[in-house]
Design a protein around this ligand. Structure first.
Ligand code: NAD
Length: 287
């Protein structure tokens, strides 16, 4: 308790924020974060959790209206950024530094699904379109976050969004699976290079979280355009979770990202944190 009070005192001996509960200290107090694809879904949930934990958040997305509105609500910043364009990712990182003087956290979360079908009919142009966002977008994010963090000389944490599809075949399209597997390799190799600068690089691999992306994929897959997010969650829970049929939530993923973004995970790098209710480790039990 004393150390908690000490952490939250300013230099005049006053407590800084009395609204923070003892069970929920601000784990990212004063940190500056960029979240690509932060306008909705997992990125938006993470933006809220980061802000609640004291971070200054830059939302980098192509959904300008919704992204700007979310940024306003969390006293953050919105930057239009198509992650497939390197100069736009570089600019998003620069704007974070111009705003608050540093970059501590980069969450490379933007991604798209789709472009499925048989490998015998794979369309290379569509595959490259997906890779430009899901893979090149992450490379751009790691590159410019690393440059900025190295120059800042205070370390940092980079989190990349992979997927259960990188672990198990047949969950998603070939292009998507390829992109997410490549992100695991990139994160491991850059963790090796950047550790010397105190920069950690980790991945998350969520499974079956009812974002707009997943709900839309399920609607197409099941041919039911009326399917609701809670129904998708139930289906995922029944088929893919060891936790009494509970499906994952956006908040589950956001809390895992918070852990990797915070100093509490300070000795974890090159890791892939799977958030799947046990699905990928126990799939043989599933029907
Ligand atoms: P979502 O569609 O709700 O969110 C994706 C976000 O990325 C949107 O805000 C979208 O506008 C943004 N985006 C798309 N293309 C972009 C581009 N070119 N530049 C910048 N932003 C762009 O989906 P989500 O489920 O929240 O997905 C977030 C990440 O999580 C993705 O990388 C996805 O592959 C990954 N993921 C999700 C699940 C899941 O179950 N939902 C599972 C595994 C991995």
């Amino acid at each position: 308790l004393l150390s908690y009070i000490w952490m939250n005192m300013d230099h005049n001996g006053e407590t800084e924020d009395t609204s923070v509960s003892l069970l929920s200290p601000k784990r990212l107090r004063g940190k500056v974060a960029v979240i690509t694809g932060g306008a909705r879904g997992i990125g938006a949930a993470t933006a809220r959790v980061f802000a609640e934990n004291g971070a200054h958040v830059v939302i980098a997305d192509i959904l300008d209206e919704v992204g700007a509105s979310l940024a306003d609500s969390i006293e953050g910043r919105y930057v239009h950024c198509d992650v497939s364009k390197e100069e736009e990712v570089e600019s998003a990182v620069k704007q974070a530094v111009e705003w608050k003087g540093r970059l501590d956290i980069m969450f490379n979360n933007a991604g798209i699904a789709g472009f499925g079908g048989s490998i015998t009919n794979i369309k290379m142009d569509k595959m490259m379109t997906l890779l430009a966002i899901n893979l090149n977008g992450v490379v751009h994010g790691v590159k410019h976050a690393a440059r900025t963090m190295i120059a800042g000389k205070h370390g940092g944490t980079i989190i990349c969004s992979s997927s259960s599809a990188a672990i198990m075949g047949g969950l998603a399209s070939h292009s998507y699976t390829m992109s997410k597997e490549a992100i695991l390799g990139l994160s491991r190799s850059t963790a090796c290079e950047l550790g010397v600068y105190g920069i950690r690089v980790n991945c998350i691999s969520p499974h079956g979280v009812p974002s707009e992306m997943l709900v839309s994929e399920y609607r197409k897959f099941l041919g039911n355009m009326e399917l609701r997010p809670d129904e998708v969650s139930s289906i995922v829970g029944e088929r893919g979770s060891l936790l009494h049929g509970r499906g994952g939530t956006l908040e589950d993923v956001a809390q895992a990202v918070l852990f990797l973004a915070s100093d509490e995970s300070g000795f974890i790098t090159g890791h892939n944190l799977v958030i799947d209710g046990g699905y990928t480790s126990a799939c043989s039990q599933m029907s």
